[in-house]
Design a protein around this ligand. Sequence first.
Ligand code: MRU
Length: 355
Amino acid sequence: MLVNNQPYRTVWLEGSTVRLIDQRLLPHRFEIVGMPRHEETARAIREMIVRGAPAIGAAGAFGLVQVVLEAPEGPGRDAYINAGEALLRATRPTAQNLFYALDRVRRAFDGLPAAQQADAARAEAEALADDDVRQNEAIGRHGAELLHNGDTLLTHCNAGWLATVDWGTALAPVYVARRAGRRIHVLADETRPRCQGANLTAWELLQEGVTVDVLADNAAGLLMRRGEVNIVITGADRIAANGDAANKIGTYEKALLAREHGIPFYIAAPSTTFDLNCPDGDAIPIEERGADEVHYAWGWTDEGKMARVRIAAPGAGARNPAFDVTPAELITGIITEHGIIPPTRDAIARTIAKP
Ligand code: MRU
């Protein structure tokens, strides 16, 4: 998508360096950073320099290519590759795309002679990144059919192009509808504690010329009751075999509100986000993050410096689950690259091929 009218992807491999947009600095600074070794790529995922399930998956895939490139010839090779893969696997627990990507790249080079492994891993990781772009564009085409000129769409967190290799999931339909000449206005929940909605969703929509209002996380109920929201679309980090969907904390309550007010609530996700080995949402691992994210807020001062300020009473504890699960019965439909499907075990089994 466009940044200052230049097309970008969020993550790519240049030689043996993984290049990323540093999402911690947005919307204040646009900076590309390079991760020359797999340990740094793992750190970038853990510290959320790159975030969003499909973007994490692509970064993990390129990180595993780095592992193979770095691995010594001879007896220590397998142990090095296993340890590198384990490090990448342990970075973030909820996004299914990470595990899909690592399994896919691993399958592509496993069993090959050492001299052929790096080329095979690289080709597969590149194909995975290209597939992500194609899948999200298809999600955009299917989802755009739900959007009418003048609609107001509410979204939570960032499931735009920054969260994928390109196009986004929840926001791809907005981009497709806009290119078809329809005017769609977006309400972006700020998404405490890390504020991906205020920082990232608002920024990327504005780069594409889409109008957006940032909402405090607790404002959606009032606006829905007043009839100011036509549709809700969010992304997902993992979708269980029965259609329960894990996404950024706060998504569940938006789905409940949407149900109460008769507003359609859609999840947009590529097939790489489905985990058919998870029978239902209770089996999805939920990441718990540190207390500092809740105790403090951070941003940029008028002098252009990053600053962190304490907002919680000293001595208070904190709970910081990063995701919640929206039960399938609250979801109107799941927008996939294959079309919009009902959130049912049968439809998912028919649509999503088991890897
Ligand atoms: O913690 P984050 O910022 O990685 O969480 C991101 C989300 O919850 C997104 O909605 C999800 O990954 C879908 S991305 C297309």
